[in-house]
Write a protein that binds this ligand. Structure first.
Ligand SMILES: *Cc1c(COP(=O)(O)O)cnc(C)c1O
Length: 350
């Protein structure tokens, strides 16, 4: 029996259509700008997000770092949420590589930053201060339960940024999950921002790659930054071909992943010994807590693993499950009954 893989939507393998497109891809040297498949993917991405241009990069982490390098100078500051992926999970690349000082503002549970707190964090002109160059939002917000940020919220942050001459980058690793959950075009979520990145390699199912979108001059700087980071990939069309299929065939079906996540969340909430608010699950990420005495997240992950259900422990009592195209509604039922069985049989320690 194949495992039910709920650890991450990055576990998705390329679809048969992607494999075919990869095998047949027309390619050239992308560092010379001569890979027609990469060029087509970049045009497609820019069009979908309503931006002038786009750049195919190796990963979401590289997209964020390239954006930081293209927006900021050495010693400048960027403001981001204290639960931002960029702050938590990218090895401090802004500081380590770009010499950009990260300043955090508390993330609210819905993934937003309080606009007043954000505005207060922007530095006034003073010889002692670094200059604030960039604000980063995350949509959907991974550590805030996959929360989608609404277009009017993004626009309100963009208005603050503009008022202070600061740029706005949106880490939209799961931007299409946000668009589908909110029922708005991705371009509407991208419109207020100076740059937006999104991943092909998560729920969209492609094997690798992200896109960074923005104005033509910004993308030209980003292209230089990508080369600096070693991200010039030559015949990258074999990867871009899968990305094109991802954008053509894998976006609308994300609604199914959101339904499955919601079903999972409601089922978990009904199991005694687990705690979560299923109404907070808007996209494909479900976080929940183990509150049964004597049971840890790691022990529950191990027990589920023996039943062929793979989840991630993200804290001593917290677990994460992420739905994607390789997880069916029936898999959700299987995962729920396995979880219920384990919690029933697992008493407090003797
Ligand atoms: C996954 C993720 C990234 C990084 O993407 P990689 O391709 O894993 O480097 C960045 N931001 C968010 C919000 C993510 O979820």
């Amino acid at each position: 029996m194949a495992a039910i893989e709920l650890r991450s939507d990055t576990m998705t393998r390329p679809t048969p259509a992607m494999r075919r497109a990869m095998a047949a891809a027309e390619v050239g040297d992308d560092v010379f700008g001569e890979d027609p498949t990469v060029n087509r993917l970049e045009e497609m991405a820019a069009g979908l997000l309503g931006k002038e241009a786009a750049l195919f990069v190796t990963s979401g982490t590289q997209a964020n770092l390239v954006a930081i390098l293209a927006h900021c100078g050495r010693g400048e500051e960027m403001i981001l949420g204290d639960r931002a992926h960029s702050f938590f999970f990218e090895q401090g690349g802004s500081a380590a590589v770009a010499a950009v000082h990260p300043r955090t503002v508390k993330n609210l549970p819905d993934g937003t930053l309080d606009p007043a707190a954000l505005e207060e964090a922007i530095r006034p002109e003073n010889i002692h201060f670094p200059r604030t160059a960039l604000i980063c939002l995350e949509n959907t917000h991974n550590l805030c339960g996959g929360a989608p940020l609404a277009p009017d919220y993004v626009a309100s942050v963009a208005a603050i940024a503009r008022r202070h001459g600061v740029r706005l980058h949106v880490d939209g690793a799961r931007l299409f999950n946000a668009a589908v959950a909110l029922g708005v075009p991705a371009a509407e979520l991208a419109q207020p921002a100076d740059s937006v990145s999104f991943c092909l390699s998560k729920g969209l199912g492609a094997p690798a790659g992200s896109l960074l979108c923005g104005e033509r001059l910004f993308i030209a700087r980003a292209r230089r930054a990508r080369k600096l980071l070693g991200g010039g990939m030559r015949q990258a069309g074999v990867l871009a071909a899968a990305g094109i299929v991802a954008l053509e065939e894998m976006v609308e079906r994300l609604a199914l992943d959101h339904e499955n996540a919601s079903r999972l969340a409601h089922g978990l909430a009904a199991i005694e010994g687990l705690a979560l608010d299923p109404r907070a699950v808007r996209t494909n990420i479900v976080y929940f807590d183990v509150v049964k005495p004597g049971l840890t997240a790691a022990a529950l992950v191990a027990a589920l693993g023996r039943e062929g259900v793979r989840l991630l422990a993200t804290g001593p009592r917290t677990l994460r499950a992420v739905t994607h195209y390789e997880v069916t509604a029936r898999d959700i039922e299987t995962a729920l009954s396995a979880t219920a069985r384990i919690l029933e049989h697992r008493g407090p320690p003797a």
